[in-house]
Design a protein. Structure first.
Length: 339
């Protein structure tokens, strides 16, 4: 397969009109005027990642695509292969372990074509991975990592994000139990085990045998309803397509709470313990900014070829500080007394 020339090429943002994609397109458009183009099945550049052959034809027709940002989840890794075989950089905000593993398996394809793929991009996964990596390093290599995610239930999320959350509620629970942690600006809160992909990824990338991610919403009432219902059989009921569609429609209409989020990563090695936390507003916007920064790093040639999760890329390790001017605050271990 003939590879494209990276410098000066366009960036195709698939799902570029959604809650995340619109901000990715706008941000990259500011940095690379005229080069960021939104695409989707119904608007902008017409592309459909569920049709790999057609997707490849669309990329070939555009001719000068240097990078693709996936703001929607394809059903499998074939759309990623279409990009990487052509030497096109890929930034994927997907959060499903099965799909991330499918793209990770394309590492040699990416190296062979000179392309870079960045996975675990966003808030959770994404910034959670970076916090976990810092805590891991602070204790000299962790035996156990706990990640706590508090999301604002008042924010309006895109359809894919809501469907992913419903799928998570429907998934069988692990053996982990709820836990209480202090979160900056929110006090001490109880969070519940939830199948974020970061806990799956970090076991491999950091070599930590025990990683658990827990979720709660800023609304205590809504958190109690969701996870209480899960204990009483919601997870089983939500596996039925009709129930899942009904829950997705309901959650898209319910906006109780604010738009702030808080993340915390704790690491232990024997009796050594370190914790980092991060706070911000508008999870969808910050996810988009993380994706935009990853894309810029790939276009600027600052990332190695191959497929990498965000915590494996030194050039992106400073993103918590980089995003400070966007309202993101990093809370270092010495700040734990004030959490």
């Amino acid at each position: 397969m003939t590879t494209v020339k990276k410098s000066g090429g366009r960036v195709l943002v698939v799902g570029g009109f959604g809650a995340v994609g619109a901000t990715v397109t706008a941000t990259l458009g500011d940095w690379f005027p005229g080069r960021a183009v939104p695409g989707g099945r119904h608007s902008g550049v017409r592309v459909d990642v569920t049709d790999p052959a057609g997707f490849g034809t669309a990329l070939d027709a555009l001719g000068d695509v240097a990078a693709v940002v996936l703001c929607v989840e394809p059903p499998d890794g074939r759309a990623a292969r279409v990009c990487l075989e052509r030497g096109i950089h890929l930034v994927d905000i997907g959060a499903t372990p099965r799909l991330l593993d499918g793209v990770a398996a394309l590492h040699d394809v990416a190296v062979g074509s000179g392309a870079t793929a960045v996975l675990s991009v966003g808030v959770a996964p994404g910034l959670t991975n970076l916090l976990a990596a810092r805590a891991h390093d602070a204790v000299g290599g962790a035996d156990r990592i706990d990640i706590t995610v508090l999301l604002g239930s008042g924010e309006r999320h895109g359809g894919d994000a809501v469907r992913w959350t419903v799928d998570g509620l429907a998934a069988p629970t692990s053996g982990a139990r709820p836990a209480r942690y202090a979160l900056p600006g929110h006090g001490t809160r109880t969070a519940h085990p939830f199948p974020f992909s970061d806990q799956h990824t970090l076991r491999a990338t950091l070599g930590v045998p025990d990683v658990t991610t827990r979720l709660r919403l800023d609304s205590g009432a809504l958190t109690a309803v969701l996870f209480g219902a899960r204990r009483t059989g919601l997870s089983r009921a939500a596996r039925h397509p009709r129930v899942r569609r009904a829950l997705t429609a309901c959650f898209r209409r319910v906006h109780v709470g604010g738009d702030g989020f808080a993340l915390r990563a704790d690491a232990w090695h024997g009796d050594r313990h370190a914790a980092y936390a991060l706070t911000g507003r508008a999870q969808s916007r910050v996810t988009a900014l993380v994706a935009a920064h990853a894309t810029r790093a790939a276009l600027d040639g600052g990332l190695p070829t191959g497929v990498h999760h965000i915590e494996q890329l030194h050039a992106l390790s400073g993103l918590p500080e980089t995003l400070a001017d966007q309202g993101v605050t990093l809370h270092r271990p010495m700040d734990t007394r004030t959490w």
